[in-house]
Ligand binder design. Structure first.
Ligand SMILES: Cc1ncc(COP(=O)(O)O)c(C=O)c1O
Length: 392
């Protein structure tokens, strides 16, 4: 298929899988202007509503004038951290994160994608094994593929299957790493981190947890599912991202000091890329500290998600999970595309999620709730989907 690009695009279009870019022309909190009309944005990862909160932004800008960050460092880092791109803002941010998570060390990456493709290949070689949940994010899969380690995938959240794999082959490999998301981005379901930690201890492995969709929403301080489930101390490699609830860009790894130093010497997606701009690092620290105080937003989000799930079930729609990512199972790709377009007509921005982002035959909507929504915004969504499903 790769040989003929046009044919390939045509066949994607026929099967309802063609992806396109969609420019937005306006934004006001959870409402955005798309194709000339205002819609409720049910696709955003701005879970706490911080990216859309102009007051928070203004407070940051006001403080920036005093700190003079623009005069000191400008807007671009201009080189890799290993050259002269290593502003002190990076170290202050790492220290802030390390302290909040009570971990030995923290290392920044330019994005979650950079982190996941840079950590696994650096740490694992051909005598090692990666055991990954089958529904882990594409960036984790790409990290596994780039690594020279062997890899196997266990059935989604099936820790019996994971235990069988460990039982069968732990002795064959030098190091084994278990990798899982904590909140799964497409299904909104949650890993049992205590079960994973028990297996890690029993079989002497490393535990790698990607908290991209959980930081900000869970735990007493919003540190994520590992905090909520009391498992922070058992996680050897904890990846968090700034691009979702933290309303920015970038990522961080919490780990031991030795692993941090090792990655600085071996992690290609850290070494061979320009560092994040100092102003972004400064915002990341500001927004992380703001996030720690967002208790009300966390509670509101939980309540909204529980109420939406009840509505969906009441309309006999199939949903799953327990987080603010609320899937609605549609099944057929083309039906998902048509339904999403019809929902947009009614003022709800929903995109269909189709294979390969999800397994074949499981096209769905991924309704993403954010704390700046009100129940009156969301309440009609289930009845609209149910009505349209009957009509189409
Ligand atoms: C679980 C998970 N990890 C990592 C990433 C990548 O993060 P970033 O957007 O910061 O590259 C994503 C992005 O959607 C994700 O869902």
């Amino acid at each position: 298929m790769k040989g003929n690009y046009r044919q390939s695009l045509d066949s994607l279009e026929k099967s309802g899988r063609l992806r396109t870019l969609r420019p937005l022309t306006g934004r006001n909190g959870c409402r955005i202007v798309y194709r000339g009309r205002e819609m409720l944005n049910l696709t955003s990862n701005d879970y706490l509503g911080l990216a859309g909160d102009k007051l928070v932004h203004r407070r940051f800008y006001a403080g920036m004038a005093e700190g003079n960050i623009l005069d000191d460092f400008g807007l671009g880092a201009a080189s890799s951290r290993l050259l002269t791109g290593d502003s002190e803002n990076a170290h202050i941010l790492e220290e802030t994160l390390r302290h909040a998570y009570k971990k030995e060390a923290c290392l920044l990456y330019n994005s979650g994608y950079h982190a996941n493709i840079g950590i696994l290949p650096a740490l694992l070689g051909k005598h090692d094994l990666i055991l990954s949940d089958k529904l882990n994010h594409a960036s984790i899969m790409d990290g596994m593929r780039l690594s020279q380690a062997h890899h196997k995938r266990y059935r989604h959240l099936d820790y019996g299957h994971l235990a069988d794999l460990l039982q069968g082959c732990r002795g064959t490999f030098e190091r084994v790493v278990i990798v899982s998301e904590s909140v799964f981005s497409m299904d909104g379901d949650v890993a049992d981190l205590a079960a994973l930690a028990a297996l890690k201890n029993q079989y002497d492995c490393l535990l790698y947890i990607d908290e991209a969709h959980s930081i900000g929403m869970y735990g007493r301080e919003g540190l994520g599912k590992a905090e909520e489930q009391g498992q922070l101390q058992h996680i050897d490699l904890l990846v968090g991202t700034f691009g979702k609830a933290l309303a920015s860009v970038g990522a961080f790894l919490l780990c031991s000091a030795t692993i941090r130093n090792y990655l600085i010497n071996h992690s290609r997606s850290l070494i061979f890329t320009t560092a994040l701009p100092p102003v972004v690092l400064s915002w990341n620290r500001y927004i992380f500290e703001e996030m720690l105080t967002c208790h009300e937003r966390r509670k509101k989000l939980r309540d909204l998600a529980a109420a939406l799930r009840r509505e969906l079930v009441g309309h006999r729609l199939q949903t799953d999970g327990s987080t603010n990512i609320v899937p609605v199972m549609i099944g057929d790709d083309r039906l998902a595309v048509t339904l999403a377009a019809a929902m947009q007509e009614r003022g709800y921005l929903i995109f269909p999620v189709r294979p390969p982002a999800v397994p074949e035959g499981t096209a769905r909507f991924r309704l993403s709730l954010t704390a700046d929504m009100e129940w009156t915004d969301i309440a009609p969504v289930a009845s609209h989907i149910a009505e349209l499903t009957e009509q189409l």
